[in-house]
Design a protein around this ligand. Structure first.
Ligand SMILES: [Fe+2]
Length: 148
């Protein structure tokens, strides 16, 4: 196993509590998957592990996209909103295609798969999700200014 596990650190924080809580869980699931996948592949089939990870990622994307809708992200930053959704869709398509390869009996490099998952998640959190976070925090601050 050449891919190191990644621990949460505050530079990953978007400042939006519900997004950060889910990112911590996502990272935990990914670290757990890494630990399982480092064991013998005969004892631990890869496909269900990847499927569980994708399932939580999809739930998490729904949460973020619901927040985009709630705070009018598309109306304010249309291109960024479309690019963000596009990254979610591309991740989903890639992981589904890996699962199809696994189901079809094709050899999949666990190291390559983990490297992709970690790289994607960290890059996406640090860039795309933090932009969304800043936007939501600004909107929340603006509305809390008039709230009692
Ligand atoms: Fe995202």
């Amino acid at each position: 196993m050449t891919v190191p596990q990644v621990s949460w650190n505050d530079s990953y924080a978007t400042g939006v509590a519900e997004i950060d809580a889910q990112h911590k869980i996502l990272l935990h699931i990914l670290n757990d998957a890494r630990a399982k996948l480092s064991q013998s592949s005969a004892a631990q089939p890869i496909e269900p592990i990847v499927r569980d990870l994708l399932s939580y990622a999809l739930y998490h994307f729904e949460t973020e996209e619901a927040l985009m809708l709630e705070f009018g992200y598309a109306g304010a930053l249309d291109a960024e909103e479309a690019a963000h959704r596009g990254q979610h869709r591309a991740f989903t398509a890639k992981v589904k295609s890996v699962m199809e390869d696994l189901r079809g009996g094709e050899a999949v490099s666990v190291d390559d798969l983990l490297a992709f998952l970690y790289d994607w998640l960290i890059h996406h959190i640090l860039n795309t999700d933090r932009k969304l976070g800043r936007f939501i925090l600004e909107r929340r601050a603006a509305t809390s200014g008039v709230a009692p």
